[in-house]
Design a protein around this ligand. Structure first.
Ligand SMILES: Cc1cc2nc3c(=O)[nH]c(=O)nc-3n(C[C@H](O)[C@H](O)[C@H](O)COP(=O)(O)OP(=O)(O)OC[C@H]3O[C@@H](n4cnc5c(N)ncnc54)[C@H](O)[C@@H]3O)c2cc1C
Length: 240
């Protein structure tokens, strides 16, 4: 089946944070994207600006049929136009999912260490939703860096998934909290030693990093130089 570009109805939107919006795009009648997977991205454009296209990771999972969800931060031209303007009833063009930022669920027993900064956490919602829905034994640890506790995207959903799935851990580190803030979790940037402290069996660990080029490059350095692991045990998604 050829991959078709489709105009999709925005069925609903959800403000996750004051500057982050999830857009729920309904597949049109008869739409068949063929096979697609959790962790892939779609490409989106406005009907009145067809040359300006931008990629957005699916924050829904490959198990979800009939719709796509993407979660967008107000950043740059497209990010700002989506967060400020898209509302239920609008239409957006969608190029079907593609990409290799895929969770390794097979063979079983892997530990996925997923490092995210800011909006880079969006594909990991799909990873954890799928692993939880399928009752997989894959361990998933999301290490998430944000400025303050007000910047945690999907905080409630990740906590609920953590309660349902004993193999999932959601660990946040805040970089810019006031010293008097009551947050009891970790503070400070992601460091190689901190990431390493979650590795129990290097051979069965797969590292993921999603977000700014700088953060992704730091994880790449950690995996290759500090841990001496092969590139095959690492998947990176650079957003710029
Ligand atoms: C595979 C992939 C998946 C992605 N998934 C997501 C996702 O799930 N959620 C998400 O929010 N984003 C995601 N992105 C990023 C997204 O595609 C857009 O790049 C983002 O929304 C910004 O929109 P833009 O490119 O139109 O911004 P542009 O206007 O082209 O700007 C790009 C960047 O430059 C900065 N910038 C713009 N103008 C200036 C200026 N004059 N001076 C200095 N800096 C400037 C902006 O702040 C922005 O960070 C993804 C990117 C890729 C490649």
């Amino acid at each position: 089946m050829a991959k078709v570009i489709a105009e999709m109805l925005v069925e609903s939107v959800t403000m996750e944070l004051p500057d982050v919006k999830t857009v729920h795009l309904k597949w049109p009648e008869g739409y068949d994207p063929g096979e697609f997977k959790t962790g892939q991205f779609i490409t989106v454009y406005w009907p009145h600006k067809t040359k300006y296209k931008r990629a957005y990771s699916l924050s829904s999972s490959g198990l979800d049929r009939g719709f796509y969800e993407v979660t967008v931060k107000r950043d740059g031209k497209m990010g700002t136009s989506i967060v400020d303007w898209v509302e239920a009833g609008d239409k957006l063009f969608v190029i079907p999912p593609t990409g290799r930022f895929l969770p390794v669920f097979d063979p079983p027993g892997r530990h996925l260490i997923c490092v995210a900064g800011g909006s880079g956490v969006t594909p990991f919602r799909g990873f954890v939703r799928e692993a939880t829905a399928r009752g997989l034994d894959t361990k998933i640890t999301v290490l998430y860096t944000v400025k303050t506790t007000n910047d945690i995207i999907f905080a409630n959903e990740f906590r609920e998934l953590e309660a349902k799935n004993p193999n999932f851990k959601f660990i946040v580190t805040c970089t810019r909290l006031a010293p008097e803030d009551p947050w009891t979790g970790r503070r400070g940037r992601i460091t190689p030693d901190w990431v390493k402290s979650f590795v129990t069996d290097p051979a069965s660990t797969v590292f993921y990093a999603c977000g700014t080029n700088e953060m992704v490059a730091a994880v790449e350095h950690l995996v290759i130089h500090d841990l001496g692991l092969p590139k095959e045990q690492m998947k990176l998604e650079k957003w710029g």
